[in-house]
Write a protein that binds this ligand. Structure first.
Ligand SMILES: NC(=O)c1ccc[n+]([C@@H]2O[C@H](COP(=O)([O-])OP(=O)(O)OC[C@H]3O[C@@H](n4cnc5c(N)ncnc54)[C@H](OP(=O)(O)O)[C@@H]3O)[C@@H](O)[C@H]2O)c1
Length: 227
């Protein structure tokens, strides 16, 4: 009997949706808890949906008694409207989730950060990503995995002009981005999700950061398409 259990935050997002599908079907989990803020439809025998108040995650601490916690939360300044609201989603919720994961004995915490994450960055977005990484690192989680993708490619319901233009450009640019430029290539959201799912099966302890080109080469092409 397979014993692994998981909890996913951000299950309705571009990466999160792909991840939920992979975790539902890869046979490694007997239960996958999805913490969401609105109703969603997921057809899976292993998934259990929980409507939660993200400002009070501690109320659901028993759900964090799982082996692996996956965090794919994120927003944009355009949607969040203020820096404070952005920081809540990209810093406060992941940090609270990681604390609860640790308190409840979760073995692994896997999070999507971003290329360029840096506490000293001139850009607010990259600074917050750097800060969340730094705080998580200080929590001494037994097995912490930080994924830093570049531009995410995939079908998004929300229209994001900047990302759409960048996605179009990356179709051409990806072919010429070789050598050290490889890390700037756009990456399919499903590939990031697949890399997270594969990493969750490893026995690696400690903190690990994966750059975009490393994520890209973690799962073979034919493998990630059918995962
Ligand atoms: N877009 C890119 O090109 C890019 C590049 C590098 C890194 N990243 C990072 O990768 C991560 C995942 O990106 P993505 O594009 O897959 O994200 P996404 O599609 O925007 O999804 C974000 C997830 O976070 C949830 N969320 C947002 N605001 C919330 C709130 N106030 N309370 C609770 N949940 C909230 C969303 O839930 P709802 O469905 O309820 O809104 C959704 O499940 C993010 O951290 C992002 O910064 C993105």
């Amino acid at each position: 009997m397979n014993k692994k259990t998981a909890l996913v935050l951000g299950a309705t997002g571009l990466i999160g949706k792909e991840l939920v599908q992979i975790l539902s079907e890869n046979g490694h989990y007997q239960k996958v808890h999805l913490l969401v803020r609105g109703p969603i439809e997921v057809e899976s025998k292993v998934c259990e949906i929980h409507l939660v108040d993200f400002n009070n995650l501690h109320q659901y601490h028993e759900l964090f008694q799982v082996t692996d916690v996956f965090c794919c939360l994120g927003t944009t300044i355009k949607v969040a409207k203020t820096k404070e609201a952005f920081r809540k989603v990209d810093y406060e919720y992941p940090v609270e989730a990681a604390k609860l994961a640790k308190e409840n004995g979760a073995e692994k915490f896997l999070i999507v950060s971003s290329m360029g994450a840096d506490t000293k960055s001139l850009f607010f977005y990259s600074r917050v990503k750097g800060e969340v990484e730094e705080t998580l690192s200080r929590l001494n989680i037994p097995s912490l995995h930080i994924f830093r993708p570049s531009l995410l490619l995939g079908k998004r319901e929300e229209f994001r002009l900047g990302e759409k233009l960048a996605e179009k450009a990356s179709g051409i640019l990806n072919k010429v981005m070789i050598g050290p430029l490889r890390q700037y290539r756009g990456i399919q959201a499903r590939k990031v999700a697949a890399a997270m799912a594969v990493t969750a099966q490893s026995n690696k302890k400690g903190k690990h950061i994966y750059l975009s080109h490393e994520i890209d080469s973690m799962v073979g092409f034919s493998e990630w398409k059918k995962l």
